[in-house]
Design a protein around this ligand. Structure first.
Ligand code: ADP
Ligand code: MG
Length: 271
């Protein structure tokens, strides 16, 4: 298995985590048409905490992550990151949805890494990483390039900066996607099954990068079926089933001593 050594000698821009990155999900309900997907989910993630989310397919894991950065609206309840609503503002005791440009700005607080990488196919690895910070007017192009090269080096891909996604393996593409998410200095990083589209021998190189972020104290929320990995890096694990949090606790509590029979069945299957 390839292992990525992350270079520590270069100070690189990274997620902000000095006491930042608290996520509060409060009684969130969400339906698609007749399908009730989230049924009163509440979850608090403290700054620097690593929370693993596990649960059967269709239990609402992706939807929950998508509500956190307001890729989905909620029907009821609220989500804040360090006290800020990503997609809403409170006016007269009610939440009003913000205009798209404000949402885009606030959404940069929350990085999301997808199962299928979602890189821009027509851009090189370097351009994928510089695109958003330059587009949002965060930094000048030259500065963005310097930071992007540092980030690519950090995920072990300095010599692939000029490669297009089609010239990269799945593991390399996912590492570029992580570098791209970090380029906006998010307070929180969300991972939605970051290794499930990868060939087994490429899983380790992506997990190495995530592990390193976890050790640095970045606030992370990770949806994954890799039970060994989620046990190792999570401070807390949440088991979601039919849009409800059925278990929440330390990896040991949730994985070794689940109380709910649906959690017991699921864990027996995936371990
Ligand atoms: P998970 O990530 O745990 O597999 P999801 O959050 O993707 O679950 O989906 C939960 C449920 O919501 C599923 O039944 C899925 O079919 C449904 N769903 C998800 N996204 C949409 C959508 N955009 N439109 C309609 N139904 C959706
Ligand atoms: Mg999903």
């Amino acid at each position: 298995m390839t292992s990525v050594r992350l270079r520590r000698e270069t100070p690189v821009p990274t997620a902000r985590h000095e006491g930042l990155g608290q996520v509060v999900v409060e009684n969130v309900w969400k339906s698609y048409g007749q399908t009730l997907v989230l049924r009163g989910v509440s979850l608090t993630v403290d700054p620097g905490e690593v929370v693993g989310i596990i649960g059967p397919s269709g239990s609402g894991k992706s939807t929950l992550l998508r509500t956190i950065n307001h890729l989905e609206t909620v029907d009821r309840g609220s989500v804040t990151v360090d006290g800020t609503y990503i997609g809403y503002e409170r006016k007269g005791g009610r939440l009003h949805e913000l205009p798209e440009r404000d949402v885009l700005k606030r959404r940069t607080e929350v990085g999301l890494v997808f199962q299928n990488f979602n890189l821009f196919p027509h851009l090189t690895a370097l351009q994928n990483v510089t695109e958003a910070p330059v587009d949002l007017g965060r930094v000048a192009k030259t500065q963005a390039r310097i930071e992007a090269l540092q980030l690519l080096e950090r995920v072990g891909l300095a010599d692939h900066a000029g490669h297009y996604p089609r010239q990269l393996s799945g593991g390399e593409q996912q590492r570029v996607a992580i570098a791209r998410a970090l380029a906006l200095h998010p307070k929180v990083l969300l991972f939605d099954e970051p290794t499930s589209a990868l060939d087994p021998e490429l899983v380790g190189e992506v997990e190495d990068v995530i592990r390193d972020l976890a050790h640095e104290g970045t606030t992370l929320i990770i949806v994954t079926h890799e039970i060994g990995f989620v046990r190792e890096i999570s401070d807390r694990i949440v088991f979601l089933d039919h849009g409800e949090v059925l278990e929440e606790g330390t990896p040991e509590q949730v994985l070794d001593h689940p109380r709910h029979h649906r959690a017991q069945e699921f864990i027996a299957k995936v371990r």
